[in-house]
Design a protein around this ligand. Structure first.
Ligand code: R5P
Length: 287
């Protein structure tokens, strides 16, 4: 077995290697002046089970092509299997057509990875679990819910309520509520435009409680800010915000510095840029 890292999250790849007592493989990843990507494995990987750690975070298109070039180089170096450890699967939010003449980009990503030569994909908390079925190769769909749940249990929060920020996350919120033996509430939202959302109504009792919001992705943070403000209007205390993937696009992290947010909990499925603020807890998915 040989483990290599793309450019998206080398620290996570190193932590994974540490847990396994393995050494991270050496690979040259560089760019030509034209922007074309060059990859060279610096050791023989003939007949090896190669694991490539790469999240499709920022800049997603660059990281995606880098991954494809890494897969191609591994295939041509006679690797036995090429296993993609993709903690964050980008393009997952485009998993169906919601208007005519739109792509299903999550399926396109699956097709391209497979065509390039991937033998297996290991991923965490897909935006839509059905994306597993977009592949004709094995997909290990892991979850960070237990990790988040154990962390929350240890906080021993008084009077919590688990909050699903939209109907799509209700099942996850229910699971977390069962783990923590807490009640749960569901918010309903509509999206007037990309990266915008408005809370329309809430089912469940949030007044006087500490909301624990559970999301799959925090991107710009707009959804969370709307949810938190609407919880405040309904008499809830400042919230704990949890998500598996912290993308924090367009100053998303700054947006979460909000008087009604106590703490934000994410995992290291995506590398955090810069020094994390003290109200941000980053749990490691390396184990
Ligand atoms: C979408 O349905 C996802 O579950 C998240 O709610 C969404 O991606 C969050 O995006 P943002 O942080 O930009 O509002």
């Amino acid at each position: 077995v040989r483990i290599f890292s793309g450019s998206s999250n080398p620290l996570l790849a190193e932590s994974i290697c540490e847990m396994l007592g393995a050494e991270l493989g050496s690979v040259t990843l560089s760019r030509f002046k034209s922007g074309e990507i060059y990859v060279n494995y610096e050791e023989s990987i003939r007949n090896c089970d190669v694991f490539i750690v790469q999240s499709l975070s920022h800049p997603i298109n660059e990281l995606f092509v880098e991954l494809l070039v890494m897969i191609d180089a591994a295939k041509r170096a006679s690797a036995r299997t090429i296993n993609i450890v993709m903690p964050y699967y980008g393009y997952a939010r485009q998993e169906r057509k919601s208007a005519p003449r739109e792509p299903i980009s999550a399926k396109m990503v699956a097709d391209v990875l497979t065509t390039a030569g991937a033998s297996r994909v290991i991923t965490i908390d897909l935006h839509a679990p059905a994306i597993q079925g977009f592949f004709n190769i094995p997909v290990d769909h892991l979850t960070a819910l237990d990790l988040i749940s154990e962390y929350l249990k240890a906080l021993n929060l008084p009077n919590p309520v688990i909050v699903s920020p939209d109907a799509g996350r209700a099942k996850t919120a229910e699971k977390l509520a069962n783990h923590l033996d807490s009640p749960f509430a569901i918010m309903f939202k509509k999206r007037p435009a990309h990266n915008e959302s408005v809370v329309t109504h809430v089912i469940g009792d949030v007044e006087g409680r500490t909301p624990i919001i559970i999301e799959d992705i925090i991107d710009t943070g707009n959804t969370i800010v709307n949810v938190v403000e609407s919880l405040k209007e309904r008499g809830a205390s400042p919230a704990i915000v949890c998500a598996t993937h912290g993308l924090f696009s367009a100053d998303g992290l700054k947006r979460l510095e909000h008087p009604h947010i106590r703490n934000v909990v994410v995992t290291n499925s995506i590398a955090i840029q810069g020094y994390p603020p003290d109200w941000l807890k980053v749990l490691s998915v390396a184990p």
